[in-house]
Design a protein around this ligand. Structure first.
Ligand SMILES: *Cc1c(COP(=O)(O)O)cnc(C)c1O
Length: 475
């Protein structure tokens, strides 16, 4: 990995805050507060206690935050669908953050679960997800993964290539699935709409690995319908991630409904799955659309398009990941070193090194993702200083928070908290530099418990097959 690509020394959007201690409501869990001494509490637990019991770095996940968000997202889509007399099912896209505890929370809140590998499937099952309410995705599911999925009775399998049609059909046929028990499948299509963050782009052509071109989908549907071990339940698309606004979804829905209307000529088609990708706030300048407005906008667009083509509305499905868990997560680090670096003639920034980095949050290095940060162990009256929070890894691109104003007296021993780390941080974590992955602690109602234990040096050594096993002394 190379150094950070060229960008302005200070991002245009970053404004010096009046108060560099403020917890900006949109990016922190709802339960985040500061106590009388200024220390951060999440889920009713203070950061000093969290550090003492679990060490740093530490992923903290606000259970009530995840549950409340799951309920709210589900209610939003169900209500939007009910207004048109149809049903909506919300799958939790588990790749955002997956552990058995989280599976339990979201399934208790009525969500189905989406997985993309045999590993994710195993965790979803271990967490008690009902097989019939699991969806399996992926562009290269192995035969073993598909066999396992069919064996446990996974609800839907999303077909991603022609080769996979035959593969799934064969596996389902070998299990005697036919008629009512035929394996339900969806066809993944590219609608040509790509939404990245605040904008979307609609193209006629696709050059990426997922799904089928819209123009190829009818032949795919015909083939699936010829196979007695498969049941074509619907079509699926997912236009991207961290999307703001409804226009990208509406454009994609219009194209998908065209296909849906077309495919209905060859038989029933029960479901349109519109994927996930609903954006969250990572910094104070992000203003994501309220999920209720998104749900209404998307469902209304589908209804409009169906009316225009005079086809009945299908059931709808959605797959939010980030928007369920993102804001419920906070990563706690301890500051190890602080040094001012002259970035240019007139820009000096504090490099604040913490005890984690790209191994626990790969998103800044991977996508140039922006985050914010606060000193968590105290408040400070020191003037805000332009800062960059960096990790401990051997890469100059090992950045946790690219640009933020922290109190200028930030010092070794301070606890630093980075909010909005609930999605795609734990799940993308690595052991780079043989740094053990941090534990995940769930906080709720003043209690904290480990839901995924941290790795130890023994864990790191355990996979190395080259270590001589101690043999008894023989003389
Ligand atoms: C990643 C993914 C999602 C979830 O995306 P979020 O941005 O986390 O909501 C949903 N569906 C599919 C197919 C995905 O690959």
């Amino acid at each position: 990995m190379s150094a950070v690509p060229d960008r302005p020394l200070v991002p245009e959007w970053l404004v010096a805050p009046r108060d560099a201690n403020e917890l900006v409501a949109s990016v922190w869990p709802e339960s985040a507060t500061r106590d009388a001494e200024g220390a951060l509490h999440i889920g009713g637990i203070g950061v000093a206690e969290l550090r003492e019991r679990f060490g740093t770095p530490l992923y903290v996940l606000d259970e009530d935050g995840v549950r409340a968000r799951a309920r709210r997202v589900r209610a939003a889509f169900e209500a939007a669908a009910a207004r048109h007399g149809i049903q909506a099912r919300v799958y939790y896209a588990s790749k955002a953050f997956l552990s058995t505890a989280v599976v339990r929370w979201v399934t208790e809140e009525g969500l189905a679960v989406d997985v993309a590998t045999g590993g994710e499937l195993a965790v979803a099952l271990a967490g008690g997800a009902e097989p019939a309410r699991i969806g399996l995705h992926g562009n290269n599911k192995s035969r073993a993964e598909l066999e396992r999925a069919v064996e446990i009775g996974v609800g839907t399998i999303v077909i991603d290539s022609v080769i996979e049609i035959e593969r799934v059909a064969e596996i389902a046929a070998a299990r005697g699935l036919v008629g009512d028990t035929a394996q339900k499948v969806l066809i993944r299509v590219n609608t040509g709409v790509h939404a990245e963050t605040h904008d979307f782009l609609a193209t006629a052509h696709e050059d990426q690995k997922f799904g089928f071109a819209l123009t190829d989908a009818p032949a795919v549907a015909r083939r699936i319908r010829e196979l007695p071990s498969l049941h074509l339940a619907g079509v699926h698309c997912h236009i991207g991630s961290q999307i703001f606004g409804t226009s990208g979804f509406a454009e994609s829905a219009a194209r998908l409904v065209d296909l849906y209307a077309d495919l209905r000529a060859g038989g029933e088609l029960a479901v349109l799955n519109l994927g996930g990708g609903f954006g969250i706030a990572y910094t104070s300048v992000d203003t994501p659309t309220a999920i209720e407005d998104l749900a209404d906008g998307i469902v209304d667009a589908v209804a409009r398009e169906c009316a225009a083509r005079d086809v009945p509305l299908p059931s709808l499905a959605f797959e939010p990941g980030r928007s369920i868990v993102g804001r419920a997560g906070v990563t706690l680090y301890e500051v190890g070193t602080v040094k001012p670096v002259r970035a240019s003639e007139d820009v000096t920034r504090l490099y604040v090194s913490v005890d984690g980095g790209m191994s626990d949050n790969a998103r800044p290095a991977l996508y140039g993702a922006q985050y914010s940060a606060r000193i968590a162990s105290r408040t400070s009256a020191a003037a805000p200083a332009l800062s960059r929070v960096v990790g401990r890894h051997c890469e100059s691109g090992d950045i946790v928070v690219d640009a933020e104003y922290l109190p200028g007296d930030v010092a070794p021993g301070d606890l630093l908290a980075v909010p909005a780390t609930g999605a795609y941080c734990f799940s993308l974590a690595s052991n780079y530099n043989y740094v053990p992955r941090p534990p995940v602690v769930a906080v709720a109602g003043g209690t904290a418990r480990v839901i995924v234990r941290g790795e130890t040096i023994d864990d790191l050594l355990a996979r190395d097959a080259g270590i001589p096993t101690p043999t008894e002394d023989t003389e």
